[in-house]
Write a protein that binds this ligand. Sequence first.
Ligand code: ATP
Ligand code: MG
Length: 399
Amino acid sequence: MRHYPRTKLAQELATALQGNALFGDAHNGLFLAAPRRTGKSTFLKDDLTPELERQGLIVVYVDLWADQRRDPGELIADAIGRALQSHLGWIAKTAKAAGLESVTLAGALKIDTSKIGRIDGATLGAALCALHEAAGKPVVLIIDEAQHALTSEAGETTMAALKSARDQMNAPGTVNLMIVMSGSDRDKLLRLVNNNSAPFYGSQIQRMPVLGSDFIAHIALLIQQQRPDLLQVDQVTLSQAFERFGHRPQFFFTALNDALSPFASIEGRFESAVAAAAEQRQRDDRAQMESEYLGLKPLERAVLWRMLEQEQRFRPYDAEALRFYHEKTGRKVSAQQAQNALESLRQRNPSLVWKSARSEYAVDDAAMHRWYSECVAAGIWPPMTLAAFRDMATDVAKN
Ligand SMILES: Nc1ncnc2c1ncn2[C@@H]1O[C@H](COP(=O)(O)OP(=O)(O)OP(=O)(O)O)[C@@H](O)[C@H]1O
Ligand SMILES: [Mg+2]
């Protein structure tokens, strides 16, 4: 299915970013969180970027997940370097041809021509300034999966450099550098804004809206155009199914495709088949998390449980935590053992735990928090291993 444009949302954010919303704070940095696979990157690249460009801004987009082997700080610097190169390329060439080692932009900034395209943390601010001067336009830096920047020291330094560049380039009424950061986990993004020493202290994390009823209406229209025999498409059932799919278009499209395929052997309306697939997906998602959890060693399970329960308050080695591990595993647990368990949760593939450069830990996939709360609410936490279930059944039978 082709991209469904989210023009209105892009326009609203573009206005807010430029400081034109009445009371907004987006010009100080826009932080957007939405669950995995719900269309963050697509929106940033295919809706927000063209809208900002249409409004005459220079956009630099970087995805910190694109290459996990590379340091996040380096990825950001590279993206800025590339944009700078494309704008300064001709200046550099002319300067080099003239035997000049550096060029001066707008009488203020001196750029070493041999360094264009190679930016480090220290020159990041200067590079952004140069980009703005060379292009003669405000610059928007979009950092996708920004929480990764906090997993390395270079990444943290970059964030601090960006903050200071923002403060230097912007003034009340003048916004020359806008920063957009997105991530799939609000708790992790929070670490960029939530305390005095956080680089973007004072900013708020916004929940990026997921695709909604207008998207479903668009899909229904497409189906009706191609298959008039299916008129009237039941949008309510499709909306509910999309919600069950966690607002993830990919799974939804696969189910639609299967249900509408000429080879589909479904009885009744296709919407019911899509709804059934959504329910199945929900069950599969839960079963996968449960089996992952049950596959862990007892201490790893206890640590993960504590993390799910405590969320941002999680402190892995305080007395309370050690007592908790003791209670759940039935043996005394040292801080070192808890650390080993945390590390092994982090080393798993896919990793279950995320660690910041300051050794703060969080559950890697925010969906696990939802699963945990649902299990607690339904009174079925913790999940039981088959062996534990058998023991319990034997006990019940005995009494
Ligand atoms: N507006 C849209 N119209 C059609 N398909 C979309 C739209 N937005 C997202 N999708 C589809 O949904 C899937 C996930 O999108 P995307 O990669 O943008 O999500 P994400 O939130 O960035 O995911 P991740 O958490 O993996 O980074 C892709 O297959 C994409 O094509
Ligand atoms: Mg993405």
